[in-house]
Write a protein that binds this ligand. Sequence first.
Ligand SMILES: *[C@@H]1O[C@H](CO)[C@@H](O)[C@H](O)[C@H]1NC(C)=O
Ligand SMILES: *[C@@H]1O[C@H](CO)[C@@H](O)[C@H](O)[C@H]1NC(C)=O
Ligand SMILES: *[C@@H]1O[C@H](CO)[C@@H](O)[C@H](O)[C@H]1NC(C)=O
Ligand SMILES: *[C@@H]1O[C@H](CO)[C@@H](O)[C@H](O)[C@H]1NC(C)=O
Ligand SMILES: *[C@@H]1O[C@H](CO)[C@@H](O)[C@H](O)[C@H]1NC(C)=O
Ligand SMILES: *[C@@H]1O[C@H](CO)[C@@H](O)[C@H](O)[C@H]1NC(C)=O
Ligand SMILES: *[C@@H]1O[C@H](CO)[C@@H](O)[C@H](O)[C@H]1NC(C)=O
Length: 738
Amino acid sequence: MARKAVCCGLSSLELVLMVLFLLMTGIAVALITVLAINLNSPTEKPEEPIPSINPPKNPYLIGLGRADCTGPAADVPLMGYANLEQTAGGIHTRLFSRAFIVDDGSKRVVFVTAEIGMISQRLRLEVLKELELKYGDLYRQDNVILSGTHTHSGLAGYFQYTLFMITSKGYIKSSIQPIVNGIVKSIDLAHRNMRPGRIFINKGELLDNTRNRSPHSYLNNPEEERKRYKHDTDKQVVTLKFTDLDGDGVGMLSWFAVHSVSMHETNHMVSSDNLGYAAYLFEQDKNIGSLPGQGLFVAALASANSGDASPNTRGPYCINTGERCDYLNSSCPIGGREMCLAFGPGKDMFESTRILGENIYRKTKELYGSAEQELQGSIHAAHQWVNMTDVTVQLDSTHSGKTCKPALGHSFAAGTTDGGGALNFTQGSVEGDLFWDGIRDALVGVPSQETQDCHAPKPILFNTGEMNKPFPWHPAIVDVQMITIGSLALVAVPGEVTTMSGRRIREAVKQELEKQNAFTNPEVVVAGLCNVYTHYITTYEEYQVQRYEAASTIYGPHTLSAYIQHFRGLARAIAEGKVGELPKGPEPPFFSNLFSLLPEVPVDKSPGNTTFGQVIQQVDPLYKVGEVATVTFVAGNPRNSGDMRDKTFITVEKFHNSTSTWEVVHTDASWETRFYWIKGTANQSNATVEWHIPLSAESGAYRIRHFGHYKQRVIFPVITAYEGSSHTFRVTKTLYSL
Ligand SMILES: *[C@@H]1O[C@H](CO)[C@@H](O)[C@H](O)[C@H]1NC(C)=O
Ligand SMILES: *[C@@H]1O[C@H](CO)[C@@H](O)[C@H](O)[C@H]1NC(C)=O
Ligand SMILES: *[C@@H]1O[C@H](CO)[C@@H](O)[C@H](O)[C@H]1NC(C)=O
Ligand SMILES: *[C@@H]1O[C@H](CO)[C@@H](O)[C@H](O)[C@H]1NC(C)=O
Ligand SMILES: *[C@@H]1O[C@H](CO)[C@@H](O)[C@H](O)[C@H]1NC(C)=O
Ligand SMILES: *[C@@H]1O[C@H](CO)[C@@H](O)[C@H](O)[C@H]1NC(C)=O
Ligand SMILES: *[C@@H]1O[C@H](CO)[C@@H](O)[C@H](O)[C@H]1NC(C)=O
């Protein structure tokens, strides 16, 4: 994998390390966030059920937008499990960025949730540059929050710190560009849509859809704290309903704490996973007759404090023997930790994604339908850059703690029961391992005593804070940010917070806001995976257990306390009206000459007598609803097609007898279709399209088409468009009566 790295200024030691790293990782990167809410508006007590015909005296201006941000559907690694073998090969569902702008007449804030693994510092900086070019200082560092849903089936390649570049095959321009453009376009659309409207908030619980994947860590939290909560993952769903002044719904934004990883490491298709599917169902429900990704109603599901909240609800077991995994270290008697994986609730990952998506959709729809409490009052935004390697935390009146230079512990390489990890690392290790420590010492040097002491009891695997070649391996400067809309406070956390960490952040911020008279009973939502990725944030007590999440808490045991201290500071500044006095903090770097390890697209070859787009495996002449129509085409590499946002590689089309025309009923954004791009040998590849014919499909005549581009080299590369179509086939409601 690292073959080409030589060209990019890496030393051979780093190369070896990189290879080693690539071989052994399988991280389950994950997601975060938190949420919270409840509220009474600070100014008026909204009592009336909605839609009320009496709009507030000073309504907000509201703008919503959605845009495709799907990157190259081939070759690029998927971002999340850190498995370089898990490269993109087609599309299950497209990825969208959804933007929500709210303006109170004097201040404006933007919340964006994008269906990608997480927001990276590089991505945020590039988005903000674009916004500055277009809008001057209207959309800025302090009033724009970017959050990722944490799907592990989005594309990688949009990072500037070495660790993430390694698992991404470098910084990939063709991968980051569609994300930047998609996010900016969603904001453009929202900006153009701005009009007076209202926001209502509601909150409820969704049980049985998440399961704590490190219960042993959770149990290390103080008993009196745990007793205050019924569950070891947050079940709360917070929903915002956006309406126009007539009370007609125009959008929905919800937060729910679940790792968006129902799609496993074995999947290669781009997919928005469980949260994405919930948003998809909501939009399809409201935008009747529209193809996915089209229509005016914008519905979004954003990540929360989902650091330890797994969607694999059947829990972990040994996939070879069916036994239970070891409770403490998640390993199996035979085969060790690699054999211990969690699945469920469905029979396969598609069904699991569907079940979670449907459950989340149904809950948000119910909350949306009954939302009565109106957000009213002014808007605030506060932002700071913080050197997270250097925060002194006041723990109590006599004790202080310090954050550390970034480092990852041994259990980081163990991955989680949701996936990741390849060698013999196990979770919960507080002792190093002579074998791996020896390799590490030989390759990258012994971590300094200072870093080792600072991170204790974490045994350090990668002292990333002391690794700076060819670029720093981890960020030091991070964003802390908060916006408030009436009594709603959105806390943007730059990483994945565990359930209890999220609760502590919410509580601290609420307390701070309530200390001042500006807020009565504020609802605090922790939004995860925002602005810059820094792995996990566990509580101090969870940290002591050193499972995956703790090993990945990169600034040491006081990471959470440091964030709480800073979020308290932002809350105080907002409540006291002193946001302007907050120090801006040190600006993050913007590195140039980042390396890419993604090879250029090879020429495409069609086998034997075939041509591109030719069908090599035909559909059947007749299908019954509920069956799967399948067709295989001779294909070119999807990367040849360039930026495919708002386009499609496939269509399912229905024939209308009366007009003799074909109507597109599905695209590659549709849940019902699966576009598999399968790379073969000798530069040949196939596109297999499956249409999982829904029971609701009308009977009639259909065809499936595929669109692509192939590359040839004459002297210069030449890229040529092609298309292909299946035979016409019939779909019936029952097989024997047409
Ligand atoms: C996991 O813990 C069990 C005891 O609970 C132990 O027998 C086993 O060796 C451990 N496995 C690994 C790989 O550390
Ligand atoms: C962050 O803090 C560390 C420790 O004090 C310091 O060495 C480093 O220069 C700081 N980084 C920046 C960008 O300010
Ligand atoms: C991992 O494997 C190496 C080499 O086989 C061995 O020396 C080491 O003890 C193993 N570590 C664990 C935690 O099993
Ligand atoms: C495959 O493509 C590469 C790069 O374009 C080329 O060097 C190689 O000769 C091709 N292989 C075959 C079998 O066509
Ligand atoms: C290619 O086409 C020729 C003529 O149509 C035919 O004789 C031959 O069998 C075909 N070869 C393959 C591999 O299909
Ligand atoms: C469509 O029209 C053709 C000829 O006009 C007819 O034979 C066929 O039965 C029609 N199909 C349907 C589904 O109506
Ligand atoms: C493409 O499909 C054909 C027909 O199903 C099959 O024989 C061939 O092996 C496939 N090639 C690749 C690269 O998947």
